[in-house]
Design a protein around this ligand. Structure first.
Ligand SMILES: Cc1cc2nc3c(=O)[nH]c(=O)nc-3n(C[C@H](O)[C@H](O)[C@H](O)COP(=O)(O)O)c2cc1C
Length: 279
């Protein structure tokens, strides 16, 4: 249900101007008219642009509409400082992440923009044994691969044709030693993992999930919590397969993983940030 309270509407017509789905029409100087409520994509632009709170929208009850507190919005320079000082801090300790911070990080993910406001992204939180299972699956996948590529028969070919993989083998065996000591090198010892997924077949999964990821990442940084993109794990999961990934990460049924974040409390913070070298 969408209604306009004609007693308080200022007839500015901004709701009609900002609506991306042409729900409203307006004759100059008149109260806008709700023409195609069924077109509404629940983006909330109309209720948020209305100075007078004149729009009654069943998806946006009055208590869910907030006046923007301009003084709470970070300045461009503080936002830039946050983005420049954000690091993938891998010194994660076993200390628990405060639950309010974790809630903020997940909420930040869900407020990111999505294609056509479809909001299909699901953020799944993994902790404890579930992270160990992801670590073990990743490590075992790469060890199997390395054992093939570095076997005496194949090794010369690997050296010749897969130089990068050949060079990375030493790093992998270093990871293996750590893993056998009970550490979790692939998941950077994260105490929480956030899996970003959308239904299989949805066209904007990559985009929506990674926008959600970046929101969550900056919120984590603002809370002083380490966050690291789990590219290595995602590479392994791609080979392990979608169904198994779905089970391992407890994704909703028929969801596809597009981004994975490790989180945890760092041992220390970086006192500096440096300008990125030119590429
Ligand atoms: C797509 C992607 C995948 C990544 N995968 C990993 C990973 O598997 N393990 C890891 O420790 N860091 C990973 N990183 C973190 C990068 O190494 C890191 O962002 C980069 O070195 C820059 O450092 P900074 O994030 O501290 O600025 C990944 C980053 C991105 C964007």
């Amino acid at each position: 249900m969408i209604r306009i309270d004609i007693d308080i509407c200022k007839r500015c017509g901004r709701c009609a101007r900002v609506c991306p789905s042409a729900v409203y029409t307006q004759e100059k100087g008149e109260v806008p008219v709700v023409r195609k409520a069924k077109n509404c994509i629940q983006c909330g632009h109309c209720v948020d642009v209305c100075e007078a709170f004149a729009i009654q929208h069943s998806d946006f009850p009055a208590e869910n509409i907030h006046r923007v507190q301009k003084e709470n919005i970070p300045s461009a320079s503080s936002l830039m400082e946050l983005m420049k000082s954000r690091r993938s801090n891998r010194t994660i300790t076993p200390a628990p992440i405060p639950s309010e911070a974790l809630s903020d990080i997940i909420e930040a993910a869900y407020v990111a923009p999505t294609a056509e406001n479809s909001r299909k992204v699901k953020v799944t939180l993994l902790q404890g044994e579930d992270i160990q299972a992801v670590e073990d699956a990743t490590m075992k996948f790469f060890l199997r691969l390395a054992n093939i590529l570095m076997s005496p028969m194949v090794r010369p070919l690997t050296k010749l044709f897969l130089r990068d993989l050949y060079n990375e083998a030493a790093e992998l065996y270093r990871f293996e030693r750590k893993w056998r000591e009970g550490k979790r090198p692939c998941t950077c010892n994260g105490t929480a993992l956030l899996a970003f997924s959308t239904p299989k077949g949805y066209d904007f999964g990559w985009q929506d999930c990674n926008l959600a990821y970046q929101n969550a990442s900056l919120m984590a940084e603002a809370h002083g919590i380490s966050q690291i993109y789990m590219g290595l794990v995602q590479t392994a999961l791609k080979f392990i397969g979608r169904k198994k990934t779905e089970r391992l990460l407890h994704l909703p049924k028929n969801h596809k993983l597009y981004a994975l974040m490790a989180l945890g409390m760092p041992a220390f913070y970086y006192p500096n940030y440096s300008d990125k070298p030119k590429k």
